[in-house]
Ligand binder design. Sequence first.
Ligand code: HEM
Length: 663
Amino acid sequence: MEDFHLREKITHFDHERIPERVVHARGAAAHGVFESYGTAASVCKARFLASGQRTDVFVRFSTVAGSRGSADTVRDVRGFAVKFYTEEGNFDLVGNNMPVFFIQDGIKFPDVIHAAKPHPDREIPQAQTAHDTFWDFVSLHTEATHHVMWAMSDRGIPRSYRTMEGFGVHTFRLFNEAGETSLVKFHWKPLAGVHSLVWEEAQIAAGCDPDFHRRDLADSIEAGAYFEYDLGIQVMPDDGSETFHGIDLLDPTKIVPEELAPVQLIGRLTLNRNPTNYFAETEQVAFHTGNLVPGIEVTNDPLMQARLFSYLDTQLTRLGGPNFTQLPINRPHCPVNDMLRDGMHQSAVHTGVAPYRPNSLDGGQPLLADEANGGYVQVPRTVRGSVVRAAPASFADHYSQAALFYSSMTPIEQAHIVEAFTFELGHVYEQAIKQRELQVLANVNTGLCQQVAAGLGLPAPKGTPIENVTPSGALSMIVVEPGPVAGRRVGVLADSGSDLAAVNALSRSLKRAGVDVLVIAPVGGVLKKGRSSVTVQRTSLTARSIEFDAILVADGTTPSRDVKTVILLQEAYRHCKALGAWGDGAAGLTVAGIALDAPGVYVDEAVGKPFTDNIIRALGLHRSWERAELVMESAVPPVRPDRPVRRQARSSGAQLRTRSSGA
Ligand code: HEM
């Protein structure tokens, strides 16, 4: 006992863990800056939205269902939580990568989370919704249907946080200097476009590299390839109806299609600095929907109202008392002068004797900030009617926007949705749950229901799907024109016989476009030929297709029959990624069974402009979806698309002030 060094060290160690977040436990974060375009100033008086204002931010991305140690690439919703350290205090925009939520009323949040988490008896499965309790809940609770469609789509498996949209979900009320109010939905638009993994990649990554997304975030920032997003708003009139084109703006299971209210860009977020210490920053950060600044208010959305209570309440336990707002990561970057005192882990040394108001002993300090002095004062609202525990009639529409979402997808995206439902329901033990979910799908889209039923080997029930849905092109992620390529990664297969001068030339020209090139060789070290040399960054043992957006074979490379190299190329082929070769490198593709005239396979005599242009164009299209039919043969009957939409990629850059979703 007298070895107090030992006791202190062991005691501290014994308490190194704090309870993980009850949801969103698995996360990764980065610091950055938000630069306002000033375009929101007409609707919002928040000072950080004034023209040219630069505000420090901290962003935490997360999955919802898994524990802290779970994999990044599981099918799930992603959290997209942003803390703006504004000069008027912290504003937390605690959003997700999907614009809708499972439930309309916060009182059901524990239910949906209990259903999604592992079964209470065996504590399996981890970070999955492919199990009985989840599908039991959502099949009984049909207001989740729209969100389930998003989760079963490719949005549930993002390629990177760099290629992920974010949404505030709820409708907010903004007001300007004149006190005029608007109803607004927040969107984050990634400059790199919106792209996802394919399901097999997500599964491989969960085993090969469970840190796939967080590694990508940290490595990219370290390499100076920052993640960038534009913040946008959809602005709807605050005319007292709290609806827009018949859509209930207080229903968090509904979107406002961008065709009805375009997203107006109001500022640029750049993530440019990694946390120094994961625990101090990423783990201890505490987001709270009640961290608002003057000009931004919440609405009467019953989901948001419950969130306003939940975050602070849970953080009292997770962070051990009421003073976690003093932690460096949570502390506002502006002065704080309140009368909150004492409590566990108090780190401020307060002066004065009168922490109450009014007082005469401390000269009446601190003074109360009124509206003119930056105090937070809500806009007056008229409230009429009876208070009852009941949902409004408009909340009873559970299918129209689920149908809208499905019919807005391209055939390939619809095929992925069919596959996802079939996979997830295929893991459900209880037949009655599968049948009940099929009934839900029958009310969304007959073709979808029939295909999932066929995959499950069950009869397809009849439903009453909404007819004449108007698709929203903005919801599809598949592009027909190339988008930005910065941040993409290309693997080049080479060995000591390869044309290394050309490898270096290719690497230089792709790097100019912001594309990272990694050399993959049979073993590590440095390859040398003549006066050229290249460093090997991956070997056939350490490379896996999931980290590359394209794979090329260099001229002079001995065609490899090594099963690992063959798998590398075949996986990239199966996942519709660009493949290519120059000179006799083409033989390396042929040995792996890849037809040189297949869609998205680029073969040229030499590395020149036509070859690099082709690769850059292919990267900008994300995948060669024309190849999908060749690689997706399966027992599940082919998709009969319901009026699919195809769309143009958007270009990047602040000059484009209106941008639609997906790319
Ligand atoms: C009534 C509904 C909801 C409740 C009660 C709720 C509750 C919670 C709780 C208790 C946490 C853990 C917080 C912590 O330990 O610091 C959390 C985290 C989070 N929630 Fe919610 N949530 C709800 C709905 C939503 C919705 C609709 C969204 C998206 C719009 C959302 C986004 C997030 C995010 C992004 C985090 C992680 C924040 C971080 O990175 O630390 N939640 N939520």
